[in-house]
Design a protein around this ligand. Structure first.
Ligand SMILES: [Zn+2]
Length: 483
């Protein structure tokens, strides 16, 4: 950062002197040449990635050789070992792990069925973090609400002793907004139901699929309320339950969950770098999360993100390209169940936070990227527009300067770190996200390649930028992400 300030001060002196000295003009010309060369290199990386890059092989390797990797599980430990070996094989330097302590929750079995008026079993999964039921399960009448807000407004006598059902549907949107609007029921529903005396919570899956796959994801108990078991049923099963509720006859359900918490475990963030040259002490962070839910293979969430960011450094290495700033890939531990890795990373960087020039995370599958947005100081916006012009030929438009960054970047934002979003088309993402159907078959190679093209071009231009992007003023802490 200091070099920039000196350069900016020197430029100010030149401007105030009226007629620029010949040496300053020569330096300006050299900088313009550098910028043109950087834009050309970025365009070459973009076009090369569309033809060939290692991302698909990386996500195939992760899903085949590791598969599900829930925080604290044996799969999680295998993923850390896999990532260390993979980053080394791809040519990364300074490959290392950063220890992270993570919760260990074991899913066990979950079942939910109607026992009256028309008995039927449902495709069911426990919500992440749910407590178990008694060994034989529990049985109660069902009281239904359209969403968590309606539940919160209900009188206690309507809810007490019953199983609460939340029927909020997830809208299918390219920006994932529908998920953000529905996910509150999953994260806060159990405690709101428990506050009114409910004995269990059943939710419609927070996903858009009409297939019979139930959707898991973390729930967060409010420590001031009793804990009750919480499960999701697939969307077709939710439709069936709602038809039975609509009959007007009392609906009674049985729910059984054997989930439990075990002692916390060691996991790790896995970090690898493509070292910079003249600005090596400044960092361009490319993030993704290494953990996944346990039901599928963690292919889209977030194997695709791991593959996209890991492929970028490999492409630079293969071409002998040396960035000015250090490109650092961080594969975060336990995003899904508490942002443990992201929290540890932000805690550990200390004064290096001010040398984080840019941070971006790939964590919305592998759909085509359609929008690029930033969160930089206003003086950097001309550079952002120049980057956007390199992305435009592959169908990416420039968004606003209010990028959220990914969930794992949330702890970095209050530190003033400039964050970016390359927004994937999420229309299909919530068909499989957090379900048993999140498999390699759902990764479209051409779309993944377009994502790598965007990340490679953007990362190169972040690393080469003639101006600093931050620090970014942060009035309030970043809002809670929808995971
Ligand atoms: Zn994710």
């Amino acid at each position: 950062m200091r070099k920039f300030l000196l350069a900016a001060a020197a430029a100010a002196v030149v401007l105030s002197a009226g007629a620029a000295a010949p040496t300053a003009l020569a330096a300006d010309a050299a900088r313009a040449d550098d910028s043109r060369a950087d834009l050309a290199t970025a365009a070459q990386l973009r076009d090369a990635a569309l033809k060939a890059n290692p991302a698909y092989e990386i996500v195939a390797s992760l899903t085949t050789e590791v598969g599900p990797r829930l925080a604290g599980s044996p799969g999680d430990r295998a993923a850390v070992a896999w990532a260390v070996a993979k980053l080394k094989a791809l040519g990364y330097e300074n490959v290392r792990t950063q220890e992270v302590i993570v919760p260990q929750w074991v899913r066990g079995e979950a079942s939910a069925r109607v026992v009256a008026p028309y008995p039927q079993p449902f495709a069911t999964v426990a919500l992440g973090g749910s407590i178990g039921t008694p060994e034989d399960g529990l049985e109660a009448d069902v009281v239904a609400f359209p969403d968590v807000e309606a539940l919160r407004a209900a009188p206690r006598e309507q809810v007490e002793g019953r199983i609460v059902y939340l029927g909020k549907r997830t809208a299918k949107t390219p920006d994932g907004r529908g998920y953000g609007e529905a996910v509150r029921g999953r994260s806060t529903g159990p405690s709101h139901a428990a506050a009114l005396g409910a004995v269990a919570l059943v939710i419609r899956s927070i996903g858009t699929s009409t297939q019979r796959f139930a959707h898991t994801g973390g729930t967060v108990y409010d420590i001031s309320q009793p804990k009750i078991p919480a499960v999701a049923i697939s969307n077709p099963d939710a439709d069936l339950l709602e038809r039975q509720l609509a009959s007007g006859k009392p609906v009674r359900m049985h729910v059984r969950v054997t989930a439990r918490d075990l002692p916390r475990q060691k996991s790790a963030n896995v970090i690898g770098e493509i070292p910079g040259t003249d600005l090596a002490d400044e960092v361009v962070l490319l993030g993704a999360h290494l953990d996944s839910w346990d039901l599928g293979q963690g292919a889209l969430d977030d194997g695709a993100g791991v593959a996209i960011v890991a492929a970028v450094g490999a492409m630079l290495k293969e071409r002998g390209l040396k960035p000015r700033r250090t490109i650092r890939v961080v594969l975060f531990a336990n995003e899904e169940f508490g942002l443990s890795g992201a929290t540890e990373y932000a805690k550990a960087i200390g004064e290096e936070a001010s040398r984080h020039h840019a941070a971006i995370e790939a964590d919305l599958g592998s759909g085509r990227i359609w929008k690029f947005s930033s969160r930089v100081r206003p003086e950097a916006l001309p550079t952002i527009r120049a980057i956007a012009r390199v992305l435009q030929p592959i169908g990416i438009q420039l968004g606003d300067n209010e990028a959220g960054g990914g969930a794992d970047l949330r702890p970095l934002r209050p530190l003033g770190v400039p964050v970016f979003t390359l927004q994937h088309d999420a229309t299909q993402y919530f068909e499989v996200h957090h379900t048993a159907n999140d498999t390699l078959e759902r990764v479209d190679r051409a779309e993944l390649d377009q994502s790598v093209a965007a990340y490679a071009a953007a990362a190169w231009l972040f690393a080469q930028s003639p101006v600093p992007f931050g620090p970014v003023e942060t009035a309030a802490p970043a809002p809670a992400p929808a995971r």
